[in-house]
Design a binder for this molecule. Structure first.
Ligand SMILES: [Zn+2]
Length: 295
């Protein structure tokens, strides 16, 4: 499943290739891909004629900002991919939504397992990390509402050690589960949680409120470090993830613990262990990441 570095790679590719492009029309071949507005015909009607101003990311979602201020969200989930197809590219039977661009290219949303979702929203509310809606039960229309329950962006300048310390202080959960909790921090999934904990030399089952100030600092640096390395290597491909150029990322072979069960730790040589935490496979080195301090 694409995490922050993979989604960031897709967003950067698209920024380079489709910023400024105009969407002539859209075709929806799998209606459940469309989350908003419904029905899908309404989505098609509302996106036609729009110009793509820029492409960004929030959490694990691609944000396609339109020139009129509206924002299209593309959540890739398990197997989603956004591919820019030059004119004459053969059709793709896994393309669920196709945007015809005015220059003859197609922006294709491809999704083998069909868990991904696309929405079209009014702009606003993103910067504040979502909005608390006042009063009546108005449905979510602004893009900020989509992310109302997401935590901070770990690579943003405002995600400081002080802020991380504050967020960790009152949490008694296990580190692994906390890193995966999107309301705690946004964008981290199974790969980068395991890698960050290894880099910080912290056991995945440590309680969040048991960390010393030095350990908090190490974890903060490690989370940002593994995510940045992932972005620099265009993400990690294990199954279906590809950049918008259709190519896999190069980060998988650079991972230290993820899916290396039984292989020697690069730091100490001891075999990497695997445990299941909250139904997620968790990979760590029992020597470099001891269960408690000083062991
Ligand atoms: Zn080790």
């Amino acid at each position: 499943m694409p995490e922050l570095p993979e989604v960031e790679t897709v967003a950067r590719d698209l920024q380079r290739w489709v910023a400024g492009a105009r969407i002539l029309s859209a075709r929806v071949d799998w209606e459940r891909t469309i989350r908003h507005p419904l029905p899908a015909e309404r989505f098609v009607a509302e996106v036609a004629g729009a110009t793509i101003a820029r492409v960004g990311r929030r959490a694990k979602t691609v944000l396609i900002h339109l020139a009129d201020g509206r924002v299209m969200t593309v959540a890739l989930r398990m197997t989603g991919a956004l591919i820019v197809a030059p004119p004459g590219t053969p059709p793709d039977r896994h393309a669920r939504v196709v945007f015809d661009l005015a220059d003859g290219r197609e922006l294709r949303y491809r999704d083998v397992r069909k868990f991904g979702r696309i929405g079209l929203w009014e702009g606003g509310g993103l910067r504040s990390g979502g909005s608390q809606r006042v009063g009546e039960s108005r449905p979510a229309y602004r893009v900020g509402d989509v992310f109302a329950h997401h935590g901070p962006e770990p690579l943003s300048a405002s995600f400081t050690v002080a802020r991380f310390t504050e967020r960790l202080a009152h949490r008694s959960g296990r580190l692994k589960s906390l890193l995966l909790d999107q309301s705690f921090i946004a964008g981290v999934g199974n790969i980068y949680a395991d890698e960050a904990l290894f880099r910080a030399r912290l056991h995945p089952l440590r309680r969040a409120d048991s960390l010393t100030p030095d350990e908090v600092k190490r974890l903060h640096r490690a989370v940002r470090g593994v995510l940045r390395a992932g972005v620099n290597n265009r993400g990690a491909s294990f199954s279906d993830y590809v950049g918008a150029d259709g190519q896999p990322g190069a980060n998988a072979e650079r991972l230290r613990v993820y899916r290396r069960t039984g292989e020697p730790c690069y730091r100490c040589g001891r075999p990497i262990s695997r445990v299941v935490v909250g139904q997620r496979s968790t990979h760590f080195c029992p020597r470099c990441q001891p269960a408690e301090m000083g062991e």
